[in-house]
Design a protein around this ligand. Structure first.
Ligand SMILES: [Zn+2]
Ligand SMILES: [Zn+2]
Length: 227
């Protein structure tokens, strides 16, 4: 697990690149930074899947998600998974900062958003890990956009366990009733923030609950997205 011990952010002392372990002054060396699996600039405005002309993807035409728009920086593959695992389990703020900055660079100058809401962790999971990675990312985006971060608008009222072992239908069942939104979301344009979007089901569920509570618009902002 030596990738967990690597690197310092813009430090005067050399650390090691999180991905290749070469000595460098940053979270990634210049070569690895150039090789990051950036998503192409053109993508489906609704779900952030790459599309040829930047138009809606087939999935969003046939069955649009509950969120109105999505932004993602990286393709979630091996490289992004290594970075996110390293960041998550070592609680590495510099790495979250670097990953969130990649996402921040994709945000429009004036997002159509009033508040940033990190996807909450269940209290048990929060105690286990000590922090919510979505909150770390949200803080970086908030500084860039000067939008407020709100942790009180949606809560995780039930732990959903490890979703990755479940089928899509099981995940859907599992997520139902996991979140509760505050009525203060009424009329707000909200960006929900998370580290990874895989099936999009969590973002879809959270967006649905926020809208049911009166949110006017919901966007999903994630560092990495499965294609
Ligand atoms: Zn490197
Ligand atoms: Zn789409």
């Amino acid at each position: 697990m030596d990738i967990l011990r690597s690197g310092t952010w813009s430090s005067a002392l050399p650390g090691a690149c999180t991905l290749c372990r070469r000595l460098c002054h940053d979270v990634f060396c210049a070569d690895c930074a150039a090789d990051l699996p950036h998503l192409p600039p053109q993508g489906c405005p609704r779900c952030a899947l790459p599309t040829l002309d930047g138009g809606l993807c087939g999935g969003c035409i046939a069955d649009p998600p509950a969120f109105d728009a999505a932004l993602a920086a990286l393709r979630y593959g091996m490289a992004a998974a290594r970075l996110i695992t390293a960041a998550k389990y070592a609680g590495r703020w510099p790495l979250w900062h670097a990953l969130a900055t990649l996402l921040a660079q994709r945000l429009p100058a004036a997002p159509d958003v009033d508040v940033i809401v990190p996807v909450p962790l269940h209290a048990g999971r929060l105690r286990e890990r000590g922090y919510n990675q979505a909150g770390e990312i949200a803080n970086v985006l908030a500084r860039r956009t000067r939008l407020p971060v709100r942790h009180d608008l949606i809560g995780r009222v039930r732990d959903t366990g490890h979703q990755s072992d479940l089928s899509l239908a099981e995940r859907r069942r599992n997520l139902r009733g996991a979140f509760a939104a505050d009525t203060a979301v009424a009329g707000l344009r909200i960006a929900i923030v998370d580290d990874v979007m895989t099936s999009g089901l969590t973002a879809d569920t959270v967006a649905r609950i926020l809208k049911r509570a009166g949110a006017r618009r919901v966007e999903a902002w994630v560092v990495a997205r499965t294609l």
